[in-house]
Design a protein around this ligand. Structure first.
Ligand code: ATP
Ligand code: MG
Length: 560
């Protein structure tokens, strides 16, 4: 598919046009409206990048508004995590942190206004009856028998609802629109329901709570939003959004819908993510396998890589699923430029340099980042006993294996040429240690006589290295579409049982005090991020990802 055609940004065009005509004012003012009932995920990152991005590009503002109309599922913890994540992504709502619950009084007054205009009524039908009366896509609905209550009666009942005179579910307030509208959302939708529940901000002040549809547009209007950007599922709600605002005659923002982000190997619904957390199928919302912003942060993804990804996938009107390899490509791209290089060994194999003096340690120079000369160099200790990667040695090497083997010479990165002169097996026949000799003339990695080796391998000095816990991750699900399950099954059957593997490895001594959140490139292995579980002298690393770029491979394959 043509990348550029996918990137054409219809929202930017709409805004540009609206600014030219002055239809929604002279400024751009957007909002990001999360419901605080879970942690933000990569799909939200797309929405954040669009709403904050459009405001930023046009010199406007973007509000952070918590859409907290449902008292039963919302919590302070989520509010805090959402603020942290939006800030971390690099966006700033300045002092404009708003809550839909701050507008409850205004919304109540607006509702009273609609009742007085005979545009809303109190209905005593049960939830089931309301559903029955609503009709279907092919059949018109039926009017509620309570639809023709007088404005005075409605006012009295609505006030009593607010005062707590009725139990949950006894009555609702509904808009009076059109029960035969082809759009089900216009068939006298519910505006308020009775819920005797405490709210995280308003406490027990209210026992009636406004619905999303009744809250959203009016909140946008109160805040002076010009462009209310949301996902496609709200397209059918737009006529209702517009209707409420028109009846009230208040500032009229423009709602624009775009397609949600879907990613392969990923579930993106907060309800499902909550299920994974509650059933302890992952280690919390910020588990590095989760598609949450906090999980990705812990895994080692950077804000720039997520923003770059969002800008590359663009904004479209049709749903599609993006290959997760594309996101990983942007993470690698950013880390390759910025991560410091170090050496770490995941599966240690002991190596003894027979001709290296016992008790001696020397310091060798290593380059911190070949992509960035200003990152400088560091000293790494070299001594008689080292660890190398198990995979870098084979007793009987097949044809294309150029790394270490009996009798063969390779280069130890930043150190010397070494030759394998002996293999010691344990009683079970496994390789226990290797004996090698080194050539002192090759210090730094080149032979004065010009002889070449076919491989360079990484290593750490056994006596100096810090032991580290290394957590390796794979996709959380085994299927590209985790929701693709056999009949009656649940998406959790597609969980990947080897998505987390824990190893004990060794890293350069400088990493003993590494700061949580820092990402390093372990040479030849991949990117690793220091986990907050790190304790003094025992760092814990999450493998962010390997060095191999799947996306580039896919692109090449497609190009053929
Ligand atoms: P979920 O479906 O995961 O529960 P939600 O839509 O209920 O998400 P909200 O907190 O209401 O979550 O979302 C805040 C904003 O983020 C909304 O404007 C919503 O349209 C947008 N958003 C949510 N999921 C995605 C996604 N996958 N791609 C793009 N935008 C999204
Ligand atoms: Mg929502």
């Amino acid at each position: 598919m043509d990348e550029n055609s996918r990137k054409t940004h219809f929202i930017r065009e709409i805004i540009r046009e609206d600014l030219a005509t002055g239809k929604y004012g002279k400024k751009v003012h957007t909002r990001f409206p999360p419901e605080p009932n879970g942690y933000l995920h990569i799909g939200h990152a797309k929405a954040i990048c669009i709403s904050f991005g459009m405001a930023g590009d046009f010199g406007g503002k973007c509000n952070l508004r918590f859409d907290d109309t449902n008292p039963e599922k919302e919590e302070e913890e989520y509010v805090n995590s959402i603020k942290e994540d939006v800030r971390w992504l690099g966006f700033d709502w300045e002092e404009r942190e708003y809550y839909a619950s701050d507008y409850f009084e205004r919304l109540f007054e607006f509702a009273v206004e609609l009742i007085k205009k005979e545009k809303a009524f109190v209905c005593d039908l049960t939830a089931d009856q309301i559903r029955e009366y609503r009709g279907t896509l092919t059949e018109p609905g039926k009017e509620s028998p309570y639809r023709n209550r007088t404005a005075d009666e409605n006012l009295k009942l609505f006030t009593e609802m607010r005062e707590g005179k009725y139990p949950n579910g006894a009555k609702v307030l509904r808009a009076k629109i059109d029960m035969s509208s082809p759009n089900l959302n216009m068939r006298d939708p519910v505006m308020y329901r009775i819920l005797h529940s405490s709210h995280h901000r308003t406490g027990d002040k209210w026992c009636i709570y406004p619905t999303y549809d009744w809250t959203h547009g009016q909140s946008d209007s109160i805040e002076g939003i010009t462009h209310s950007i949301c996902t496609l599922e709200f397209e059918d709600h737009r006529p209702l959004y517009d209707w409420f605002i028109e009846q009230l005659g208040i500032h009229h923002p423009r709602q624009i819908e775009f397609a949600r982000l879907n990613l392969t190997y990923t579930v993106m619904s907060k309800r499902k993510l909550l299920e994974l957390v509650e059933k302890k199928l992952v280690n919390g919302w910020d588990d590095p396998r989760m598609p949450t912003i906090s999980g990705m942060r812990r895994r080692g993804y950077t804000p720039a890589s997520i923003r770059n990804f969002c800008s590359r996938i663009g904004v479209a009107k049709t749903e599609s699923t993006v290959d997760i390899a594309l996101l990983e490509h942007f993470v690698r791209d950013d880390l390759n430029r910025n991560a410091l290089r170090v050496m770490g060994v995941l599966n240690p194999l002991k190596m003894i340099i027979d001709n290296y003096p016992e008790g001696k340690t020397e310091e060798l120079d290593a380059i911190n980042n070949p992509e960035d000369p200003s990152a400088g160099t560091r000293k790494i200790p070299f001594s008689r006993i080292l660890y190398i990667e198990k995979d870098d040695f084979m007793e009987e090497p097949p044809k294309k294996f150029y790394r270490l083997a009996p009798g063969r010479e390779v280069r130890l990165r930043y150190a010397y040429f070494i030759r394998c002169v002996g293999v010691v097996n344990d009683s079970a026949g496994n390789i226990a240690e290797l004996h090698c000799t080194y050539d002192p003339a090759t210090r730094g990695g080149d032979a004065p006589d010009g002889r070449k080796v076919k491989a360079t391998i990484h290593w750490v000095s056994a006596g100096d290295a810090a032991q580290a816990e290394i957590r390796l991750y794979e996709h959380l699900f085994t299927r590209e579409n985790p929701l693709d399950v056999p009949d009656g099954g649940d998406f959790t059957v597609n969980l990947n049982s080897s998505s987390l593997k824990i190893l004990t490895g060794y890293v350069e001594p400088s990493l003993a005090g590494a700061k949580p959140g820092t990402v390093y490139q372990f040479e030849r292995l991949g990117y690793f991020c220091v986990d907050p579980d790190t304790i003094e002298k025992r760092p814990v690393f999450n493998r962010t990802m390997t060095l191999k770029d799947e996306w580039t491979r896919i692109q090449r394959k497609d190009a053929v």
